[in-house]
Write a protein that binds this ligand. Structure first.
Ligand code: MG
Length: 218
């Protein structure tokens, strides 16, 4: 079983569902030529997709275009259903940094056919995930600087203030569809600057006040 931890509180969580939001930053929607959705775009990754810092992303043989997407990750600390937005942040145990590895060529092909994206988003090693900091270390999850360096060069540099759907709104929305459980993780979307990685590349994603994660590509 895959786990994540909050070192500051010595708590470890067995990862449940990983719920991901797509197209949540306007600048990223524009760079891919997509339309802004009215409701959040939701997809999932299995817990088996998680790797920790220092591990390696393995690009599956059915893809030749694997992209990084740096994202704020939210760890759910208690079970909830139909959570109202005003109370949503009280369900958060901690915040971390994720890289939503995406097989863009596979995703584009599936989308054109109206088929699900799972094999483009949920493959083994597709979810590098940092340790988490306690939620109360992050007074405002909508005011965080997020960036990604590829081989030491800055490729993404955004603010969670640019999210279309806030963390609280996302938790409220998702909890009306899926019962949220302790250990569930939510990936909240990526700002502009996504791009391709190849074998040997090194990615470092960081959110000021939350943490960093560094992984390489096998
Ligand atoms: Mg993403």
């Amino acid at each position: 079983m895959k786990t994540v931890s909050i070192p500051a509180t010595d708590n470890e969580y067995i990862i449940g569902k990983i719920l991901c939001i797509g197209r949540n930053y306007v600048d990223h929607i524009k760079e891919l030529g997509n339309e802004a959705p009215a409701a959040p775009v939701v997809f999932m990754k299995p817990a088996t997709s998680v790797i920790a810092g220092g591990e390696r992303v393995v690009i599956p043989p059915y893809s030749s275009e694997c992209h990084y997407e740096a994202e704020l990750a939210v760890l759910i600390g208690k079970d909830g259903k139909d959570i109202v937005e005003a109370e949503a942040l009280s369900y958060v145990a901690g915040y971390g940094v994720a890289i939503d590895m995406t097989l863009r060529d596979v995703q584009d092909g599936l989308r054109k056919k109206g088929l699900p994206w799972d094999i483009a988003k949920g493959f083994d090693t597709s979810c590098p995930l940092s340790d988490f900091v306690p939620a109360d270390w992050v007074p405002d999850p909508q005011n965080l600087a997020i960036r990604l360096l590829l081989n030491g060069e800055e490729r993404q540099n955004g603010s969670t203030g640019l999210m279309m759907h806030t963390v609280a709104a996302i938790i409220s929305y998702l909890s009306g569809i899926f019962t949220l459980e302790e250990g569930d993780v939510i990936l909240t979307g990526t700002p502009a600057g996504v791009g391709k990685v190849v074998a040997g590349d090194r990615m470092e994603a960081g959110i000021v006040g939350v943490g960093t994660i560094t992984v390489s590509v096998a």
